[in-house]
Ligand binder design. Structure first.
Ligand code: 5GP
Ligand code: MN
Length: 346
């Protein structure tokens, strides 16, 4: 059904770790998205149905748009339950690290995962995986961590045990990371996987509506304001830059997740190859970047904002003022002009 992606030795060691573990903890990156929550919750749900004491710990709260997912109430956010999260990590037999490549992506959860005695397994699709795990499944060419988890489940012979709830979680990450099958989905097997998930009874239109479309009126107004008043177009670099201050966020009663998708919109303008969104959060300036035509925003984010991600979707953090962050981007961008595709291609 699906081509073989895993080496037998890693798979055997992974199976042995699962078989030998009673308490299994899943962790994912800070500011978790549909793929982070979908991959951890989906796999966690399956392992629970096999009798494991499995739990998902996130560094901070998931956005409301993912509240519809099965088991979302059972996710332990470190920012909300720090002592409980620490205890779960200390007492765990196995830690499955999904949808991130470096422990620093765990934010304030990092030290507790780093010092936990349990073996760690990396299950991820970002470039440049760190070597903090005993077993690594790193596949940057895959659409999503949910795709990778689905393939692992099949390779472990567990597809028959996958129920509707777990399938719903995995389909969510596939849908959010591919923007409903419009990016990172050239591999025909992605659609084979979608079919195998739909065969479990997954309601795809509902996931698209809940995870990608539904939003508050305030967030829609914030988006309109951002595009109308706060977007700068850098013609010669074919880039768009949007900055939003804390005061502006508050004006629109900002809630976590409200600006999701905003950074993609400028790319719908012909000729624009990269889009940057700089948001003033409580502890840092959050940088989000997207591109078309293989313009490497991951490189820009790595070089300028200590970040990374995928070539066409990446992010970073900046510690300083919003204006400083904007100036660093403006000053840095010209260095990447050589990566721009020919004018009439995009
Ligand atoms: P988003 O813009 O949706 O927050 O993130 C897009 C992509 O960039 C995701 O794949 C995410 O993992 C990655 N990313 C976002 N923020 C950071 C960051 O601060 N550091 C790194 N290394 N990657 C990030
Ligand atoms: Mn992902």
């Amino acid at each position: 059904m699906l081509s073989d992606k895993f080496d037998g030795d890693s798979l055997r060691r992974f199976r042995k770790l699962i078989d030998g573990a009673r308490r299994i903890v899943f962790v994912c990156h800070v500011r978790p998205d549909g793929d982070a929550i979908g991959s951890t919750s989906g796999f966690c749900h399956l392992l629970r149905s096999l009798g494991k004491e499995a739990v998902v710990i996130t560094p901070d709260m998931a956005p409301r748009s993912l509240g519809f997912l099965p088991d979302s109430k059972e996710i332990v956010a470190y920012t909300r339950y720090p002592d409980f999260a620490q205890r779960l990590l200390e007492e765990s037999d196995l830690i499955l690290c999904c949808d991130f490549n470096r422990l620093s992506r765990l934010d304030s959860l990092e030290p507790f995962v780093a010092k936990a005695k349990a073996p760690k397994v990396l299950i991820d699709h970002h470039q440049d995986p760190g070597d903090f795990a005993e077993v690594r499944f790193s596949f940057p060419e895959m659409s999503s961590t949910c795709e990778l988890v689905f393939r692992l489940i099949c390779a472990l012979g567990l597809y028959p045990e996958l129920d509707l709830d777990a399938a719903t979680c995995l389909t969510t990450g596939l849908i959010t990371d591919t923007r409903n099958f419009s990016v990172n989905c050239s591999d025909p097997e992605v659609y084979t996987i979608l079919i195998k998930l739909l065969e479990k009874g997954v309601d795809k239109p509902r996931i698209v509506r809940e995870a990608l479309e539904l939003r508050s009126l305030d967030s829609l107004r914030l988006q309109v304001y951002a595009l109308d008043h706060k977007m700068e177009i850098l013609d010669s670099h074919r880039a768009a830059v949007i900055t939003i201050s804390k005061e502006e966020l508050e004006r629109f009663h900002y809630q976590r997740g409200d600006t999701e998708g905003l950074v993609n919109i400028p790319l719908s303008v012909e000729g624009i190859c990269s889009s940057f969104f700089l948001r003033e959060d409580d502890d840092c300036i959050k940088v989000s970047a997207r591109s078309v035509g293989n313009f490497p925003v991951s490189k820009v984010c790595a070089d300028l904002f200590n970040g990374g991600g995928h070539i066409q979707a990446s992010g970073g953090e900046f510690h300083g003022s919003l204006e400083e962050c904007r100036e660093i981007l403006m000053a840095g961008l010209p260095a990447y002009d050589s990566y721009l595709p020919p004018r009439n291609n995009y």
